[in-house]
Design a protein around this ligand. Structure first.
Ligand code: DSN
Length: 449
């Protein structure tokens, strides 16, 4: 194969260097294996395969069918599900397909509100789904847990067709059994309402045995992405319980038929040709997730997150919900150091520590300059960092927060973060070198550097 001179490959090389010389603290990111990468970069991308295994709209799908079937069977085994749809291009598409499978336009969906830690696709007014369905949002209590009384009150009042437990900034373990009991108690027609769990953040923890599986507590469907804690390619996945019929059959609108309703909602309902090179990479990742070592990985994610949270607290960081039960930590940098999340994100980026500014449930303003940052340990744990390194990372985070606080004191009205932080370039450079030294000791799995 000829070496391409396209500048795209030079930029990809720069990205390999950025990833290997820095540490990834964004809780929704991870590093895939060489095998996952190889499957994704394969000739499977050349193929059209609209439909499902054994029922395609194009010829030549004999190999594709075998691969998609492997992906489906492995996903079912991972989550103890009756059915898996591996075709969603993303978590957003997976969510959209489940809403479309079960709800009619105007139906009510009860989900955690965005400020409480929910996700954009759970009813933010800027999304397409929010224009089609009527979303009602429940909140979290002072301890950062789901406000189950609020959820019950709203379920009783609105009689939703879908109750959704899912989030992108929530540090507790949901009580799925309690939500099932609430639904059974307050819904006048429980047979018309499905329970859905968007487990995109914690799917790998479920598979690794350190987080409960909602399907085992009376939930009907799980959606997830495959690239976060599952360590697969960027994509979506839907798992459900119910009767599995031939995928494109017309079936009655009953909870029992949910698997088939979901298949029809993914294709032809909301997507066209599946990305079979990505589905192959999902199959490879699922085989990796089925290995006993994956349990150790999941346990280490949580151990690292709890050590990091404890260290941050000892350095004066105030943590939303007082810590974490999963992989994710939400820090209130405004109350801790008088700085905002965006300035802190920009400063950490300068030293090779990547995370994202994030609104807290108490934040009133816009999402661009929130009071918090969100971080987590799945990616660092994949690289092999352990509790000792978490303490080092917390120490750097404290140093950077102190520099940001000093900078803010000197320039209280500065709105440009680069200008605000400019006087501390030497200090940032020194910490940058320390981060690089540590990061290079823990190579990326797929590149070995
Ligand atoms: N963007 C993802 C996250 O970072 O949580 C959710 O889709």
């Amino acid at each position: 194969m000829q070496n391409s001179k396209d500048e795209v490959f030079e930029i990809i090389n720069d990205e390999i260097i950025r990833q290997s010389e820095g540490l990834e603290l964004i809780p929704s990111e991870n590093y895939v294996s060489q095998d996952v990468l190889r499957a994704m970069g394969s000739v499977l991308t050349n193929k059209y395969s609209e439909g499902y295994p054994g029922k395609r709209y194009y010829g030549g799908n004999q190999n594709i069918d075998k691969i998609e079937t492997l992906a489906i069977e492995r996903a079912k085994e991972l989550f103890h599900a009756d059915h898996a749809n591996v075709q969603p291009h993303s978590g957003a598409n997976a969510n959209e397909a489940v809403y479309f499978a079960w709800c009619k336009p105007g139906d009510t969906i009860l989900a955690m509100s965005l400020p409480a830690g929910g996700h954009l696709t759970h009813g933010s007014p800027v999304t397409r789904s929010a224009k089609v369905y009527n979303f009602v949002g429940y909140g979290v209590d002072e301890a950062g847990d789901i406000d189950y009384d609020d959820l019950e009150r709203l379920a009783k009042e609105h009689q939703p067709k879908l109750i959704l437990v899912g989030y992108s900034a929530f540090m507790k373990i949901p009580d799925f059994k309690r939500v099932r009991e609430i639904a059974d108690r307050v819904l006048e027609k429980p047979e018309e309402t499905i329970l859905m769990a968007d487990m995109a953040h914690v799917a790998g923890l479920i598979v690794g045995g350190v987080h409960p599986n909602p399907l085992e507590f009376g939930f009907n469907v799980i959606t997830t992405t495959t690239h976060k804690t599952l360590r697969g390619p960027r994509g979506g996945l839907i798992l459900s319980r119910g009767k599995v019929s031939s995928p494109l059959h017309r079936v009655d609108h009953t909870i029992e038929n949910l698997p088939t309703l979901i298949d029809r909602a993914v294709f032809p309902g909301t997507q066209g040709g599946p990305l079979e090179h990505v589905i192959a990479a999902k199959a490879v990742a699922f085989a990796e997730d089925l290995q006993p070592e994956f349990h150790t990985y999941a346990e280490n994610i949580v151990k690292n997150a709890q050590t990091l949270a404890k260290e941050l607290e000892s350095h004066g960081f105030k943590l939303q919900g007082g810590g974490t039960d999963n992989h994710l930590i939400l820090v209130n940098v405004k109350d801790s150091f008088g700085i905002d999340g965006k300035t802190y994100e920009v400063a950490l980026d300068k030293v090779g520590l990547t995370l994202n500014a994030n609104a807290l449930p108490t934040d009133k303003g816009g999402a661009f300059r929130p009071s918090g940052v969100r971080l987590g340990t799945p990616a660092m744990t994949t690289r092999g960092l352990g509790e000792a390194e978490m303490k080092t990372v917390a120490g750097w985070m404290k140093q950077i927060a102190s520099l940001c606080a000093k900078a803010r004191k000197g320039k209280p009205d500065e709105t440009d973060d680069e200008a605000l932080l400019a006087d501390y370039a030497d200090e940032f450079e020194q910490i940058r070198a320390e981060v690089r030294d540590l990061a290079l000791k823990f190579p990326l799995p797929a590149t070995g550097c």
